[in-house]
Write a protein that binds this ligand. Structure first.
Ligand code: AQP
Length: 333
């Protein structure tokens, strides 16, 4: 039986290789299976949990849609829309925030990482955003949620919220309990400058990530400058222990080429990093350049992108508003 898929990407600019390999590449495969019903959301409400420039946000929303399409998602097969335009999301998030427990949210490691030492100054939205994420997913009776490894904990929270709502209101199966779809290997792509830190949009150094809009020369330069260690290329998987940068680069190679990790290691075993880096840059350029060219082209077609969003919003609204109506009845409004 087909799956009901939901996933979101924040329009916070600098969409990168981690977003692509951890999430968007999966979206494309799921979209290509005609049995599945897919909803891909540009989560602009999530984006404003940290300060955004309104003009840039508007551009980034379009750029996220352009990235979906350029990566191979077909807007005729999948619903693509932006979260702020379907008010059911905010409404359901409030109701679910009365179901979720403080103790559960206090355990979310992403909040701790993002808020850093200055927790008191973080927005309330940043703290409660996993509840909005739960609303996003549950409104569409989603069965599967493709995400990167960093979102695993939020997915578990979503399952707990769904379960508690069903139990509290004694309605079995009202909210479906969604399964995460996380790739077994390399579900967390790390920074090119520090193999222990996640590749991230908000990292100040552009050299830490490959952006999906980078041109050929930038990709080659960034891979050349990527941090490695002084040892030769590893000969087996055990050699990757305690070598986070080598592990990350070989993981990227394996993920992009579709070759197993063993085979990828075998191909470069004992060589120096420069030859491997040339090959890695080559496969990245081959895979990403068509995507970046298409993104650039689509960004000049604003009306087309806006039409995709507006069509998607209508379809999303139809589904989500029905679910909210039922929630109202259950809650007693
Ligand atoms: N480094 C990563 N490796 C694998 N998957 C990743 N994802 C993000 N970074 C990596 C996955 O991409 C999807 C969309 O992410 P998002 O835009 O919703 O937000 P994020 O996780 O907060 O992305 P960033 O780049 O890490 O942004 P900042 O810098 O703001 O923290 C998600 O499925 C995510 O798992």
């Amino acid at each position: 039986m087909g799956k009901k898929i939901f996933s979101g990407v924040q329009p916070t600019g600098n969409l990168h290789l981690g977003n692509y390999l951890g999430a968007i590449k999966n979206f494309v495969e799921l979209n290509n299976d005609n049995e599945n019903k897919c909803v891909f959301c540009v989560v602009d409400l999530h984006a404003i949990t940290v300060k955004q420039d309104p003009k840039e946000l508007r551009n980034n929303i379009r750029e996220t849609v352009a990235t979906f399409i350029a990566s191979g998602i077909d807007p005729k097969k999948s619903i693509i829309f932006n979260q702020s335009q379907v008010t059911a999301h905010s409404e359901a998030a409030w109701i679910l925030s009365c179901v979720a427990r403080m103790g559960w949210l206090n355990r979310m490691t992403q909040f701790k990482e993002k808020a850093g030492k200055d927790k008191e100054k973080a927005s309330i939205g940043l703290y409660s955003y996993p509840v909005l994420m739960a609303a996003d997913i549950l409104l569409y009776d989603s069965t599967h949620v493709p995400v990167g490894d960093d979102q695993k904990q939020h997915l578990e929270l979503c399952r707990d919220i769904a379960q508690k709502f069903n139990n509290d209101y004694k309605i079995d199966n009202f909210f479906k309990i969604p399964e995460p779809l996380i790739q077994k290997e390399f579900s967390r792509i790390m920074s090119l400058k520090d193999g222990l830190k996640k590749m991230s949009k908000s990292e100040l150094s552009d050299l830490s990530r490959i952006n999906l809009t980078d041109e050929k020369d930038q990709i080659i330069m960034k891979i050349k400058k990527a941090k490695t260690d002084a040892l030769p290329m590893p000969s087996n998987i055990d050699d990757l222990k305690e070598r986070p940068e080598a592990k990350n680069l070989i993981g990227i190679y394996s993920s992009i080429t579709g070759l197993s990790l063993e085979k990828s290691i075998h191909n470069f075993s004992g060589e120096n990093f420069s030859k491997f880096k040339e090959n890695l840059a080559e496969v990245l350029v081959e895979k990403l350049t068509p995507i970046s060219l298409e993104i650039r082209k689509l960004l000049n077609e604003k009306n087309y992108l806006d039409q995709i969003l507006s069509d998607g919003c209508k379809k999303a609204h139809e589904i989500a508003s029905q679910k909210v109506k039922k929630i109202h009845e259950i809650v007693g409004f």
